[in-house]
Each structure stands twice: as structure tokens, then as C-alpha cells.
Design a binder for this molecule. Structure first.
Ligand SMILES: C[S@@+](CC[C@H](N)C(=O)[O-])C[C@H]1O[C@@H](n2cnc3c(N)ncnc32)[C@H](O)[C@@H]1O
Length: 87
């Protein structure tokens, strides 16, 4: 029941394989810190849009979501960088 695929987060096209939406959990730790701000924010919006209601996005310890991109998201575990999409 698990599908592994490669996807370049910097690309503007969705992955060819499978549906990329409605995820309950997205783990994206220590990836965004390597991106320039523009790409970082684009990917954050993209991942946030892929979450289902009440789904969680987990970032790395050194990563965060700028306040202006927190629309519809809440930090549920301070210190753990677990953000939940409001239902
Ligand atoms: C420092 S590692 C973090 C690995 C793991 N998430 C962790 O926390 O241990 C950074 C990861 O980002 C991935 N990465 C870098 N640029 C990427 C991109 N454009 N699209 C998808 N993954 C990317 C790399 O392949 C690498 O696995």
C-alpha cells in the first residue's frame, strides 16, 4: 500500500505518478533550508495545499513557516515543527 516515487520539488509540474493531494501526513525535514526564499515559499504553499483537513506537515528543527503563509495552518507541537491544517 506504499508507493515510492521521485519528485523534484523545484519543478512546477506535479509528479506523473499518482495523486499528489489529500495527505494526512507530510514529512519534509531538512529540505527547505537548502532552497532560496522564493522556492522555499512556493514549495511550502504547494505542500500545504496537498494536506487534507487536519493533516500535518512536519518540518525540520531549523525550518519554519513565515506568518503570512500560516493561513489555515496552526503549529500544534511547538519545538517539534508539526503544523496542522485546520478542518
Ligand atoms: C539534508 S537531507 C535531509 C534528509 C532527511 N529528510 C532528514 O531529515 O534526514 C536533504 C534532502 O533533500 C532532498 N532534496 C534536495 N533538493 C530537492 C528537490 N529539489 N526535490 C526533492 N528533494 C530534494 C535531498 O535529496 C536530500 O534527501
Amino acid at each position: 500500500m506504499v508507493t515510492f516515487i521521485y519528485h523534484d520539488l523545484a519543478s512546477r509540474t506535479p509528479p506523473r505518478e499518482g495523486i499528489f493531494s489529500d495527505y494526512h501526513l507530510i514529512l519534509c525535514r531538512n529540505v527547505l533550508i537548502y532552497f532560496e526564499r522564493e522556492l522555499n515559499e512556493r514549495v511550502l504553499k504547494y505542500l500545504s495545499g496537498c494536506l487534507s483537513k487536519n493533516g500535518c506537515l512536519v518540518l525540520g528543527e531549523a525550518e519554519t513557516i513565515p506568518q503570512r503563509l500560516m493561513n489555515g495552518l496552526e503549529l500544534v507541537m511547538p519545538g517539534m515543527k508539526v503544523f496542522r491544517k485546520r478542518g
